[in-house]
Design a protein around this ligand. Structure first.
Ligand SMILES: [Zn+2]
Length: 485
């Protein structure tokens, strides 16, 4: 059913101008997602020298994304702009005409999963597949990894961060095949769970992924990977995955790889576990999460190229933010999965938090590396062992004593602070404590610019606003608890 004129809204983004309807609404929050995608696809195509590029946007809604690709990225020969809803496809057709991109963007009305399955023959495969669903991309991964050419680019959004970040870990396992944890590092954990899920889908077809850039912002994750053929490499996947032990008392993290490489083509069972029955720092038990992708999640050469290319991309409304986030990503320690959050470590010890500069200097002065993570403003990503981090706090508390009332028997604080530091901690300022992205004042972690900032809910028939929904849902969990008790 075609929507009436009154329902429509005409919006501009990048070089595109599109009509949207109640079912193909425009979400300004996702402009960063679309701008980033234009940047990444542009960089990817530049490396494909002269080949014909075919793109599939599997869940296209208004078609805004496809139209932007057609108008802003040189070198694309065809974009299949697909949506299951006939209303959406009517909207797409109108928008294609409005923007004059009929020669490149082809509207298509089909179940995305069927369409991708139909395109798994090599001659029908796409160079680039973009999945931008409402919520979980899980159901689409199996088709996506099959309908991509060797070395093709897969872009995946997931907006169900609550599940990926440890609320209902059992749902996360059902949807993605991994147990999530309530962890301060949950935003990077989400990236690594989705990466494992894509890799697992690819491995079933003798394929494997190569992550290019993995981004966690504004309540969604956006992941760009190349998908290659190679049974040998697919077997190596087992060495790129780990289980996580997170202490239920002090939140220290420990990784258990699923296997280790023995020779170039053989593998050894993993030795473990990496922890005892209880935590050596606080004597609490561990929570088990995973498996997660514990290999690299970005390709630095590619990101460096994108940062250079950014100068030439004139139509990106969120360019400043892209530059900021890509630069922080470039500065991340690439071989250290996850991170701690400084305030949260301090609150475990019930002390005032040292400044980031002091804490990072102490790590660097002890001979270890440290970086931020783009996924969390107050993050500490380091190759230093947890014992060193607690030593830093033990030394910090000697200078900044805490109240005795926190030192109750059996408490995490008392267990950790009752031991003397094993390392001499120097808080003197270290010149690498402040990364370039901060010195240059780049836009690194943007504050939410407006209320209702977040993923919009699935297109629906009711007229309920987000605020009304929030009100309706308020107290639900509490109520449920009361009913159960
Ligand atoms: Zn502990």
């Amino acid at each position: 059913m075609a929507s009436s004129e009154t329902e429509q809204e005409r919006i501009k983004e990048g070089l595109a101008e599109v009509f949207t309807t109640s079912s193909t609404f425009y979400n300004p929050v996702q402009q960063f997602n679309r701008d980033t995608t234009v940047t990444v696809i542009n960089g990817y195509i530049k490396n494909q020298k002269g080949s014909k590029i075919r793109v599939l946007e599997a869940l296209a809604a208004s078609g805004l994304r496809s139209i932007r690709f057609a108008k802003e990225i040189p070198g694309i020969s065809e974009i299949v702009c697909n949506d299951f809803s006939t209303e959406a496809v009517e909207c797409i057709k109108k928008n294609i005409e409005l923007n004059g991109v009929q020669d490149i963007v082809k509207p298509n009305c089909e179940d995305a999963m069927l369409l991708m399955q139909k395109c798994k023959k090599r001659e029908l495969q796409f160079d680039i597949v973009d999945l931008d669903p409402y919520g979980c991309a899980g159901p689409f991964l199996d088709g996506a990894v099959q309908c991509i050419k060797n070395g093709g680019l897969l872009a995946v959004t997931c907006t169900d961060l609550a599940i990926l970040c440890g609320n209902a870990f059992e749902s996360c396992h059902a949807k993605y095949g991994s147990v999530s944890l309530k962890s301060k590092a949950c935003h990077e954990l989400a990236l690594r769970i989705v990466l494992r899920s894509i890799e697992s889908a690819a491995n079933r077809y003798g394929r494997y992924i190569e992550p290019l850039i993995s981004i966690s912002v504004d309540f969604y994750v956006r992941i760009f990977v190349k998908v290659h053929y190679g049974m040998q490499q697919a077997k190596k996947s087992v060495c790129k995955l780990s289980m996580i032990y997170q202490c239920s008392g002090c939140s220290s993290l420990h990784f258990q790889p699923m296997a280790t490489p023995k020779t170039e083509h053989t593998f050894a069972f993993a030795r473990g576990p990496p922890v005892g029955e209880t935590c050596t720092f606080c004597l609490h038990k561990f929570h088990l999460g995973g498996p997660i992708w514990s290999d690299r999640i970005h390709n630095l050469d590619f990101i460096n190229q994108l940062l250079v290319d950014l100068a030439d991309l004139k139509n990106l409304g969120t360019k400043e933010r892209i530059q900021g986030i890509f630069t922080v990503i470039k500065e991340e320690l690439q071989d250290v999965p996850l991170y701690y959050v400084l305030d949260s470590l301090a609150s475990t010890i019930r002390c005032s938090a040292p400044s980031q500069n002091a804490f990072r200097s102490a790590i660097l002065n002890a001979g270890y590396k440290v970086s931020y993570s783009h996924a969390e403003k107050n993050s500490v990503k380091t190759n230093a062992p947890m014992s060193l981090l607690w030593d830093i706090f033990r030394s910090w508390v000697k200078k900044n004593p805490i109240s005795d009332r926190h030192l109750t028997d059996g408490s995490v604080v008392k267990e950790i602070l009752s031991k003397e530091p094993q390392t001499t901690i120097e808080f003197d300022f270290h010149d690498q404590a402040i990364p370039d992205s901060k010195k240059k004042g780049l836009l690194r972690w943007q504050k939410n610019p407006q209320p209702e900032w977040g993923p919009k809910t699935r297109a629906k028939k009711t007229n309920e606003t987000q605020a009304e929904k929030r009100e309706r849902n308020q107290g639900k969990r509490k109520k449920r608890k009361l009913e159960q008790s």
